[in-house]
Design a protein around this ligand. Structure first.
Ligand SMILES: Cc1cc2nc3c(=O)[nH]c(=O)nc-3n(C[C@H](O)[C@H](O)[C@H](O)COP(=O)(O)OP(=O)(O)OC[C@H]3O[C@@H](n4cnc5c(N)ncnc54)[C@H](O)[C@@H]3O)c2cc1C
Ligand code: FES
Ligand code: FES
Length: 484
């Protein structure tokens, strides 16, 4: 059993022990390593000032590291076990700026400069992905790469220009700058062994076998931690600091997506980035929605299972999973138990999950012949914003008749709601405007929102109704154009 977290920082191996394992990465870099290029502004994943790059020994691309951006302010050291971390200091070549850094200077991409290291790291990740795919770093890709970064004084035009003017012919990817083979060999040998790290007040256990995780949950009142995009914010902003944590990231099957007959299994430690990359064919609409889920930095850490377990009434994945009748696979000392997600939420943040159980993964049935799915998210701005109301529908229309329809709406009650009265009103009806107009009036009454800072209850009722009408308008246009 190891008693340390194994990481590399800018090509140097580090064994992280004791209190250091429970620090956020940004604090560790700044206060323990003096790498003060990494800045902290919001400390809640929203501004990107703390962005660094990580290559994870568990999720390689074409056999090598895939360096992706993450928010270091909400990443604990222990969840980075097995990662190579590259900070803004680790990008330069000796005393020379790298091509991304040079382009920021040449294109006047910084005024006060406080946000700049985060922008440089985010752009570097985008350039890295373009270099590895052999495709151009286009304006769309530059803008996507910068979704999670805020600048208060330069303005984005010159930063985007900096991205577009990176000299890609001279850009050296981190996979060639650092000795991947050596780093990978050492990290992989470490993460093959379970680790338990303790400080005076905290303990984290990272087993390599599912059976050890089950055994641990039985005897210990521990908190499961995945990407920490929720738990990291709670730690920074509310002082939530559980004394015992269990992480599943060194258990191989927890990092897997399994494409089975008629369904896909997504392990508890699979992040949204991986789902977006690997399940485009199987879950097209959902992977499309992941585009507007948070930022690249968050999606590189946040897991689907974390979103399910967080149980937010505005969790963006939940309406989709409900209409798909996704199966939550729970595991504990009594064995495995499968719960339909529609029965999983028993009240605000109350789950059908026993104290000695945790989520092993989620199985999502694929669409049958003739079935379609539509997903909508309404928020005050398109990118990086919390939903006000979310909407999902799975449906089958046969010769103008609505053969079957499932609808789930989020942000309109203590949990995401399946609106069965509205569904029943539509089932068997002709797919036309009058059917949807009367169903939308039922939906408006069926949802149970409250007033809050993002919108009044009445606003949310109207939004829900209008989303159903939008769904009808889009789909009827599609049908009239001969779309399936
Ligand atoms: C800046 C920012 C933007 C965000 N944007 C969005 C957004 O657009 N849409 C959205 O829906 N959410 C958003 N979120 C919320 C968050 O990213 C998601 O809820 C995410 O999916 C959580 O996953 P995680 O792996 O980080 O979970 P963690 O933070 O690790 O854990 C979340 C909860 O799940 C529990 N848990 C984790 N794993 C398991 C398991 N295997 N079994 C049982 N319980 C478990 C934890 O104990 C904890 O209670 C955002 C968060 C931030 C900070
Ligand atoms: S400091 Fe703002 S995202 Fe980390
Ligand atoms: S240069 Fe000042 S915040 Fe971006």
């Amino acid at each position: 059993m190891r008693d340390y977290i194994s990481i590399y920082i800018n090509g140097e191996p580090r064994q992280i022990k004791g209190d250091h394992a429970f620090m956020t990465l940004s604090d560790y870099l700044r206060y323990e390593r003096g790498l003060v290029g990494t800045k902290v502004v919001c400390a809640e994943g929203d501004c990107g000032a703390c962005t660094v790059l990580i290559g994870n020994a568990r999720s390689l691309k074409d056999g090598d590291f895939e360096y992706v951006p993450v928010n270091s302010c909400i990443s604990f050291m222990h969840i980075l076990d097995g990662c190579h971390i590259v900070t803004v200091e680790g990008l330069k070549n000796g005393d020379e700026l790298n091509e991304v850094q040079k382009s920021m200077v040449d294109n006047h991409g910084a005024q006060c400069g406080f946000c700049t290291p985060g922008f440089v790291c985010a752009l570097n990740a985008g350039a890295e992905a373009s270099a590895s795919s052999g495709k151009k770093f286009t304006e769309k890709k530059v803008k996507n790469a910068l979704t999670g970064n805020l600048c208060r004084c330069t303005g984005y035009k010159s930063i985007i220009e900096a991205g577009l003017n990176i000299d890609m012919a001279k850009f050296e990817p981190l996979t060639s700058k650092y000795d991947s083979a050596e780093i990978l060999k050492n990290l992989r040998s470490d993460i093959a062994k379970a680790t338990r790290v303790k400080s005076e007040t905290n303990e984290v256990y990272l087993p390599t076998k599912l059976s050890d995780a089950i055994e641990h949950v039985r005897g210990d009142d521990c908190v499961l931690i995945s990407g920490a995009s929720d738990l990291g914010v709670l730690y920074n902003k509310r002082g939530y600091d559980p004394s015992s944590l269990l992480g599943l990231h060194n258990i191989e099957e927890m990092n897997q997506i399994i494409k089975g007959e008629g369904e896909v299994f997504i392990g508890a430690r699979v992040n949204l980035h991986k789902i977006e990359q690997e399940l485009r064919d199987e879950l097209y609409e959902f992977t499309h929605m992941i585009h507007i889920f948070a930022s690249p930095q968050i999606k590189n850490r946040a897991t689907l299972v974390g979103n399910i377990a967080n149980a937010s009434p505005i969790g963006d994945s939940i309406p989709f999973l409900m209409v798909m009748n996704a199966k939550i696979i729970l595991i504990g000392s009594q064995g495995e138990r499968v719960v339909n997600i529609n029965d999983f939420y028993q009240g605000y943040k109350k789950l059908d999950m026993k104290d000695d159980e945790f989520i092993k993964g989620v199985s999502i049935p694929l669409l049958d012949e003739g079935e379609k799915v539509k997903l909508y998210k309404t928020s005050n701005r398109k990118d990086m914003d919390i939903s006000i109301v979310t909407f999902a529908s799975k449906f089958k229309v046969n010769e103008d008749k609505i053969e079957d329809i499932q609808i789930a709406v989020g942000g309109v009650g203590p949990v995401v709601m399946r609106v069965e009265q509205t569904e029943n009103e539509l089932k068997g009806k002709t797919f036309n405007k009058s059917a949807f107009e009367s169903a939308s009036m039922i939906l408006k009454k069926e949802v149970t929102p409250i007033d809050d800072v993002r919108g009044t209850a009445n606003f949310r009722r109207i939004l829900s109704k209008n989303m159903l009408l939008k769904f009808y308008a889009e789909e009827s246009l599609n049908i009239s154009r001969g779309g399936k």
